[in-house]
Design a protein around this ligand. Structure first.
Ligand code: RB5
Length: 148
């Protein structure tokens, strides 16, 4: 499995902690930045990872900013992306099992490191259930197609 990671300055430390965790589990990481805590604009990094996901350069994307909100909003503007901002393990699992999210967004100013790592682990270990949920995910895609 290959994971694309990125953050703005607000998610820089958490992004690095997630990278270390994934590498410790022998999961391949593509780090799209940032590489320092200098102030940057989160939409740039949400879009970069989203494009890597839709172009299949990576299997999934994980992005971090201060809240997880801004960078997820940017990622979700890319056609084919379903990026969930998650702050608990249950929602992490559901965002994959029911919504087939291909990106996860976390807030460094919201979550402690341990919970963030638990969320990442739960999300990666959960499979999409398909079935009735596929129809609903397809409906989201139809909305995307209709409005683009
Ligand atoms: C940066 O200060 C902050 O606005 C950003 O990291 C994020 O929380 C935006 O949603």
């Amino acid at each position: 499995m290959k994971i694309g990671l990125a953050s703005d300055h607000g998610g820089f430390n958490l992004k690095n902690e997630i990278a270390d965790f994934l590498k410790s589990k022998n999961i391949e990481v593509v780090d799209f930045g940032v590489n320092s805590s200098d102030s940057v604009d989160y939409p740039i990094y949400g879009e970069i990872v989203a494009n890597a996901v839709v172009n299949k350069e990576v299997d999934y994307g994980i992005v971090c900013c201060g809240t997880g909100i801004g960078i997820s909003l940017a990622a979700n503007k890319v056609k084919g992306i379903r990026c969930a901002v998650v702050s608990d393990v249950f929602s992490a699992k559901m965002s994959k099992a029911h919504n087939n999210c291909n990106m996860l967004s976390l807030g460094e100013r919201v979550l402690g490191k341990s919970l963030a790592i638990e969320i990442v682990e739960a999300w990666l270990n959960t499979e999409f259930e398909g079935d009735r949920h596929q129809k609903r995910v397809d409906m989201i895609t139809q909305i995307e197609n209709k409005n683009n």
